[in-house]
Design a protein around this ligand. Structure first.
Ligand code: GAL
Length: 672
């Protein structure tokens, strides 16, 4: 049986991607010494090593990797061994041209960069199966092997393929889904624009078409590509599990990554990991905190790993700002605060050649132990050794935000009343308010069991089915507070309208119907009145007609004046709110704060502005983690009665303390 992550790595994991094949052997020993010195205890090896592991078909060379694994083990560094399938070698590409993905215009990609493989290519699938088996057989008993790092950032550069193989696979996928062609015609609504099909072979990709694409076809293509890429992961996983049944397996996810439904993927992962590269321009990286919470939620609260971050600066923005002193540490703790149990970097040693040679690393080109970056890296690595008790501890959230990948795909397809309704921003409207209030939040899917939450917020849930609507009804009937925002409940899973007045399936629950959509131009704002104050809103108005709901806020401008902007409906023991517009953030914060107060949902502690505080609890005790994003010191009031130990300084703290600007504290509650 697969081991628990905390059993394999019972400490905060720290390290990064390690590419020894780019360096000569004498550097490997120096690397291991410097790693030990920096508190590194885990590295990912071999992510892009296929070409040096299998130099020609069936000519395997594991000698160098044997040495690297031994050296790392001797220095107390564990290995996430990569399966090396992230990029096929030149010989493979030439020998198996069908392994190469094809673009929308039908042009195959050329070799020379990375990730050019086609997800549906039989030869790619055969090639990876052989390589992964060899690797697993060779290293199954190596003591350095801690976890399997499958491939790398699936779909990052290429998440669509238009090859012949992919088209055949698409037909098979559609046959499996619809069983007969009439089912597909019905699902895609093909009586529109004479789009009917008589058989599967008539179906092309949604590519290179003259004007608007068929939304049903687009959605199914997105589902299909997600499934094809996911199959690649599952092929590798099955081999690894067969040969090393107890070793955890994962791949690394990405930021705001739309093509892959990570909720589905997470079911096949033993550990969720992701790569986070906030732009220092953004200030406090709230959108990355959002992703930390999302990643933790993918496996229902299980701690995740940050698999890649950068010590200083990336090289792929126009101008690559560097993290100022202390910022890398601060943001690493933001990850830990959200339940990160591993802090890893891309990459260990800054590359000498290739497209990423100006990308920051844990060891810069100067190779000096007194460089700022290496000093900060070592300070953090050695400090994390004090945090073993945090490993495996969890966050108990009473608020959930609904996040649904298929909805993301559907709501952003073309041809909508407003074509700038990006889903993530609508979700961020609510997330940011909760973040600022330090209220813990999970992300859930519309069908998930919601019974452990007091408040559920579903922003712009455009596609919905009967079971999901019933799930929300049960949640509210049983006493929950539900918030749904505009342009929700509109279409089914094929993007066909639910008739009978929007949001048809949710009408009963919300006690209203929406008669008309009123999108606004960019920059246009309307006003609404709420709680004796006036607020602005933008983007959109749903013309709400009340049935059994009450208006709790009404517009105060233009021809929509006095019509409902926000409604409340008592349903069973709970309340369902509908927000028919995009309100300014001040109102959203006040609104969620009021709802939380009504449900006695509170932050772990009230702290000054721009201080993050979270609570992580488990068998090892209750921890409070503070992150001061201010330049200035902040006074933290712990309240009476409890005593804590600051794990980073060993100080005992029982009442108030001052947290320095850009500093962090991890307090463990004393139990006596
Ligand atoms: C990631 C990728 C790494 C490296 C890094 C640079 O997307 O997984 O291999 O390219 O970006 O920021």
């Amino acid at each position: 049986m697969v081991k628990e992550i905390q059993e394999v790595l019972p400490f905060m994991s720290y390290g990064g991607d390690y590419n020894p094949e780019q360096w000569s052997e004498d550097v490997w020993l120096e690397d291991a010494r410097l790693m030990k010195n920096a508190g590194v205890n885990l590295v990912s090896v071999g992510i892009f090593s296929w070409a040096v592991l299998e130099r020609q078909e069936d000519e395997f060379d594991f000698g160098w990797l044997d040495k690297v694994m031994d050296i790392l083990h001797q220095h107390g560094v564990g290995v996430c061994l990569a399966t090396a399938t992230a990029s096929t070698p030149a010989w493979f590409t030439k020998k198996y041209p069908d392994s190469v993905a094809v673009d929308e215009k039908g042009v195959p990609y050329s070799f020379g960069s990375r990730q050019h493989y086609s997800p549906s290519s039989p030869s790619y699938r055969k090639g990876i199966s052989k390589l992964v088996r060899k690797l697993a057989e060779r290293y199954q008993n190596h003591p350095a092997l801690k976890m399997w790092h499958v491939n790398n950032e699936y779909g990052c550069h290429l998440s669509e393929c238009y090859s012949e193989h992919s088209l055949r696979a698409f037909h098979d996928w559609l046959k499996e889904k619809y069983k007969n062609i009439e089912g597909l015609n019905e699902g895609w609504g093909t009586n529109f624009w004479s789009q009917r099909y008589n058989n599967w072979e008539e179906i092309d990709f949604p590519a290179n078409q003259v004007t608007f694409y068929n939304p049903g076809q687009m959605l199914d293509y997105k589902r299909f590509m997600n499934d094809k890429i996911f199959e690649l992961y599952k092929i590798e996983k099955a081999i690894l599990r067969e040969i090393t049944p107890d070793i955890p397996i994962f791949t690394n996810f990405m930021y705001q990554f739309k093509p892959l439904n990570y909720f589905e993927w997470a079911k096949e992962m033993d550990l969720v990991t992701w790569d986070s590269y906030p732009d220092p321009r953004e200030g406090i990286p709230v959108s990355h905190a959002f992703h930390h919470d999302l990643m933790r939620s993918l496996k229902k609260g299980q701690p995740f790993f940050l698999m890649e971050q950068v010590s200083s600066h990336v090289n792929w923005r126009d101008i690559n700002l560097t993290k100022k002193p202390g910022v890398m540490r601060l943001w690493s703790y933001s990850t830990i605060a959200k339940s990160g149990d591993g802090i890893m970097f891309f990459q260990w040693r800054q590359g000498r050649a290739g497209a990423e040679k100006f990308h920051g690393a844990m060891i810069p080109h100067s190779n000096r132990e007194d460089s700022r970056v290496y000093k900060e890296v070592s300070q953090l690595g050695n400090e994390l050794k004090k945090l073993d008790s945090l490993v495996g501890t969890k966050i108990d959230a009473k608020v959930a935000i609904v996040f649904d990948w298929e909805n993301w795909w559907a709501v952003e397809l073309e041809g909508k009343p407003h074509n700038d309704l990006d889903y993530l921003s609508r979700v961020e409207t609510y997330y940011n308010a909760l973040y600022a209030l330090n209220i813990a939040v999970d992300f859930v899917q519309p069908k998930d069991d919601l019974s452990s939450y007091e408040i559920v917020i579903a922003p712009m849930l455009y596609i919905i089915d009967e079971a999901e609507a019933a799930n929300f009804e049960t949640f509210v009937k049983d006493g929950g507070t539900l918030v749904i925002s505009f342009f929700s409940g509109i279409a089914d899973k094929n993007d066909r309208i639910h008739l009978g007045g929007y949001p048809a399936l949710l009408r009963n629950l919300l006690g209203l119907y929406v008669d008309e959509f009123v999108p606004y131009e960019h920059g246009k704002e309307q006003l609404f009145r709420s709680n004796n104050d006036t607020y602005s809103c933008s983007m959109w108005t749903d013309m709400i007609r009340l049935e059994s709901a009450e208006a709790i806020a009404c517009y105060d401008s233009d021809w929509i004046k006095d019509t409902p902007a926000v409604t409340e409906h008592t349903y069973g023991d709970g309340k369902a709110y509908y927000v028919g517009t995009e309100p300014e953030s001040r109102w959203v914060k006040e609104f969620v704060s009021q709802l939380s107060a009504n449900k006695a949902v509170v932050p772990p502690l009230t702290v000054p502005v721009n201080v993050e505080v979270t609570k992580r609890s488990g068998n090892s005790g209750e921890h409070l983690i503070f992150i001061n994003h201010n330049e200035n010191d902040s006074e933290i009031k712990l309240g009476e009665g409890n005593s804590y130990t600051n794990l980073l300084t060993n100080e005992v703290i029982s009442q108030n303390f001052s947290l320095k600007g850009n500093d962090v504290a991890v307090l463990l509650l004393s139990t006596n």
